[in-house]
Design a protein around this ligand. Structure first.
Ligand SMILES: Nc1ncnc2c1ncn2[C@@H]1O[C@H](COP(=O)(O)OP(=O)(O)OP(=O)(O)O)[C@@H](O)[C@H]1O
Length: 240
C-alpha cells in the first residue's frame, strides 16, 4: 500500500481533529479527500507527512514511517494558495529546484542531473518559458503547476495536493488534471483534498469522505450518493 493508516487519532488540546482513521490507498490511484471545512483534511495530510504525531494509531507510507518517507523524498506536498507567501523573491525554476534539495547535500549545489530534472519537470507542466519569472507573477493555475513540477523533480511517489483547483481557471484545471492522470499512470499515488463536494474532481479513482472519522471510502459516485451525504450531514433527502 502507498498509504496505510490504522486507528489514527489526532487532537489539538481539546479539539479532536481525527478520530480512529483507518485507510488504505493503493499505488497508482487518485484519491479525493472530501470533507467540509474543519473536517480534518489538513490534519490528515500533516499526519501523513509526519508533521503532526498521532495520539494513537499507526501510519505507514510505502512501508515506512511518515517522517522517514518524507526524509527519503517520497512525499510531495502542493500547498493551498493561501498558505504560500507569493511575495517571496524566488523564480519558478527555484521552486522546482527545491524538489531536488534532498539529493543535493548540505551545500545545495545543483548538479547537471538536478538541472536536467528541473528542466524536464518544467517542460512537463508547460512552464519552460516562464522558468525565470518570479513565482508571484504567475496565475493561480500556473503556480499550482509549478508546485506539481517540484513534486515531479523530486520523483515523489505520493503527491498530496491541498485544494488544487481553488482559484484556478478551467483551462488550468484541465491541464493539472491531465498532468495528475499521467503521474497516476506511472504508478504514483495522488491525494487531492477539497471541501468542494459537488465539484469533486472527475479525475478521482476513489474518494474518502472525512468528518473527523472516515465516513465513506470507495468509488466517488458511491461516496457522494445522496444517502451517504444525508447520513453524514443529517440532511433530509427530500429537502435538497
Ligand atoms: N494547530 C491547531 N491548533 C488547534 N486546533 C487546530 C489546529 N489545526 C487545526 N485545528 C482544528 O482541528 C480541526 C480540523 O482542522 P483541519 O485544518 O485539519 O481541517 P480541514 O478539513 O483541513 O479544514 P479546512 O478545509 O478549513 O482547511 C478543526 O476544528 C480545526 O479548528
Amino acid at each position: 500500500m502507498s498509504v496505510r493508516a490504522r486507528h489514527v487519532t489526532v487532537s489539538y488540546r481539546e479539539t479532536l481533529a481525527l478520530d480512529d482513521v483507518t485507510l488504505d490507498i493503493a499505488p497508482g490511484r487518485v484519491c479525493g479527500l472530501l470533507g467540509v471545512n474543519g473536517s480534518g483534511k489538513s490534519t490528515l495530510f500533516k499526519a501523513l507527512m509526519g508533521l503532526v504525531r498521532p495520539d494513537s494509531g499507526e501510519i505507514r507510507l510505502l512501508g515506512r514511517d511518515p517522517k522517514r518517507a518524507r526524509g527519503d523524498g517520497l512525499i510531495a506536498y502542493v500547498p493551498q494558495s493561501e498558505a504560500v507567501d507569493w511575495t517571496f523573491p524566488v523564480t519558478v525554476a527555484d521552486v522546482v529546484l527545491m524538489g531536488r534539495y534532498g539529493r543535493m547535500g548540505p551545500m545545495r549545489r545543483a548538479r547537471p542531473a538536478d538541472r536536467a530534472a528541473v528542466a524536464d519537470a518544467l517542460e512537463r507542466v508547460g512552464l519552460t518559458a516562464l522558468a525565470r519569472n518570479p513565482i508571484g507573477a504567475l496565475s493561480g493555475g500556473q503556480r499550482k503547476r509549478a508546485f506539481v513540477a517540484r513534486g515531479i523533480a523530486q520523483e515523489a511517489e505520493l503527491l498530496l495536493l491541498d485544494e488544487p483547483f481553488a482559484g484556478v481557471d478551467k483551462g488550468s484545471e484541465a491541464m493539472i488534471s491531465e498532468l495528475l492522470r499521467g503521474l497516476r499512470d506511472e504508478g504514483r499515488t495522488i491525494m487531492i483534498s477539497t471541501h468542494d463536494l459537488a465539484g469533486a474532481p472527475a479525475l478521482c479513482d476513489e474518494a474518502v469522505l472525512l468528518h473527523q472519522r472516515v465516513l465513506a471510502h470507495g468509488p466517488v459516485a458511491d461516496v457522494l450518493a445522496p444517502e451517504t451525504l444525508a447520513r453524514t450531514f443529517g440532511v433530509a433527502e427530500g429537502a435538497r
